[in-house]
Design a protein around this ligand. Structure first.
Ligand code: XIL
Length: 320
């Protein structure tokens, strides 16, 4: 019953991207998506700046194509994301809107986007990265929290639920894999929301891991406490990056450690009943966000650039 997914590259790394949109142009890549995965997450194509580039204009072309591809291949789709501080269009962040207008803009966006894929997207990351390292709401950075206050979180979940009553609605974040201030705050928030009758169904850990840090060995225990509190869990963006030696190629030891991290993450998910979705964030280094965002780091994905499987791929296969 586990859904094993990947992020669908495209719409991507802005100026740094020096290749045409892989989903539309790389035939071999599409083959890999269809062959190895039964869940897909648009990596960027449902984010505000791509799907809602102007106030009165939506651009669904890429997301539609991914959803249709998934249906053709018997795959499910995860929706990412509705309320986030990042990758918002300028018309929104630079606009001069009243509170009332902003609230109406978010409501319309959620009804339009979630409604369009009603019955076709089985999990939505409704709120993304809304809590910081210390367990506080990211009120300064997040336009919605800053302008509308924390109650907007409940509204976003309620609107998404009305737009697609069957979709499972998630809180999603990084750095919350283990038991720490951030995941503690999520557990509190999830319970608080539910106590108010807000349709929050799950908590997801992104799992952008770095081999410069030990694996969060309490990941299973963390997922378990959400499970015990009645929430689904998911691993939504797993990649395991490393500081590359001179020459840029990982050593055999690094590849082995990377395989271990992947296995442990999958084992953590498999150890709790409610973890039914496990997604890696990309396929090859060439299309990965890691080399663009983390200087000197890379090779965080499970395939080589020619799509041969790396040890991390085999570790996942052997664990399933
Ligand atoms: C990243 C994408 O992979 C990049 O292509 C994009 O330029 C920036 O965003 N947490 C998230 C994801 O929730 O949406 C981010 O994806 C990675 C970190």
């Amino acid at each position: 019953g586990l859904r094993v997914g990947t992020a669908v590259a495209g719409g991507g790394h802005h100026e740094e991207q020096d290749y045409p949109d892989p989903f539309f142009h790389d035939h071999a890549y599409r083959g890999v998506l269809a062959k190895h995965f039964n869940s897909l997450t648009p990596e960027n194509q449902l984010k505000w700046e791509f799907v809602h580039p102007e106030r009165h204009k939506y651009n669904f072309a890429a997301a539609d194509a991914i959803v249709n591809f998934a249906r053709k291949n018997g795959q499910t789709v995860r929706g990412h994301t509705l309320l986030w501080h990042s990758q918002n269009p300028e018309w929104l962040t630079e606009g001069d809107f009243s509170r009332k207008e902003l609230r109406a803009i978010l409501r319309e966006h959620i009804f339009t986007v979630v409604g369009r894929y009603r019955g076709k997207i089985h999990q939505w990351d409704v709120a993304n990265e809304i809590i910081d390292d210390n367990g506080n709401l990211r009120t300064e950075e997040n336009i919605w929290l800053r302008e509308l206050g924390p109650e907007i979180i409940a509204d976003a979940f309620r609107w998404a639920h009305q737009a697609d009553p069957k979709a499972k609605l998630f809180l999603n974040d990084y750095g919350a894999e283990g038991i720490n201030a951030r995941s503690d705050a999520y557990l509190r928030l999830a319970k608080e929301l539910r106590a108010k009758g807000v349709p929050v169904h799950g908590f997801a850990v992104q799992a952008h891991l770095s081999m410069d840090y030990p694996f969060p060995s309490d990941m299973a225990a963390n997922l378990k406490r959400f499970q015990d509190a009645g929430f689904e869990t998911a691993v939504t963006e797993l990649d395991v990056r490393m500081t590359l030696p001179e020459g840029g190629e990982p050593t055999p030891e690094q590849l082995k450690t990377q395989a271990d991290y992947h296995r442990w993450a999958l084992e953590a998910c498999l150890s709790v009943k409610g973890c039914k979705s496990f997604t890696v964030w990309g396929t090859t280094n060439r299309y990965s966000w890691v080399p663009v965002f983390f200087p000197n780091e890379g090779h965080a994905t499970i395939f080589w650039d020619d799509f041969r499987p790396k040890p991390a791929y085999h570790a996942l296969r052997d664990t399933l």
